[in-house]
Design a protein around this ligand. Structure first.
Ligand code: DAT
Ligand code: MG
Length: 140
């Protein structure tokens, strides 16, 4: 299994509840390492572009409103099989369906305010990482 990188975002519902450190502990406990991390407030344009794949979905406008409603923490995680491992630690999109011990099971409020984002493939991880970070900001 190769060492990979993936993009993670701690979403506004989690930053509002001061959960950044607790969520980061779940990620580190899964042997994911933070090789870049910054706290930002997304613009509407950034959120629309980032979630562009969902633009035809009924929840798109709400999603963009929500993602711009407060600060987020964008992170690059590195580790063995990092994309799949992060998705596993995150849990299902809807916390009602998330497994015990996952971030979303333990912290998410509902399907929208679900505390974290994680890239869903190595290809998308590369695109998402480049969207938020310059190469010089990532220190392995
Ligand atoms: P994930 O974040 O697990 O990759 P996704 O890519 O399907 O899930 O959707 C992106 C985000 O959009 C998700 O984290 C929350 C929101 N979302 C998805 N399905 C939704 C729904 N049925 N109602 C409201 N928001 C939804
Ligand atoms: Mg997704």
């Amino acid at each position: 299994m190769a060492v990979e990188r993936t993009l993670s975002i701690i979403k506004p519902d989690a930053t509002a509840r001061n959960l950044t450190g607790k969520i980061n502990a779940y990620l580190e406990d899964a042997d994911l390492r933070f090789v870049a991390q910054k706290r930002v407030r997304l613009t509407r344009e950034q959120a629309e572009t980032f979630y562009g794949v969902h633009k035809e979905r009924s929840f798109f406008n709400e999603l963009v409103e929500y993602m711009t409603s407060g600060p987020v923490v964008v992170q690059v995680l590195e580790g063995e099989n990092a994309v799949a491992k992060n998705r596993e630690v995150m849990g299902a999109t809807n916390p009602a369906n998330a497994d015990e011990g996952t971030i979303r099971k333990d912290f998410a409020l509902n399907v929208q305010e679900n505390s974290v984002h994680g890239s869903d493939s190595a290809e998308n991880a590369a695109i998402e990482i480049a969207y938020f970070f310059a190469g010089t900001e990532i220190v392995g």
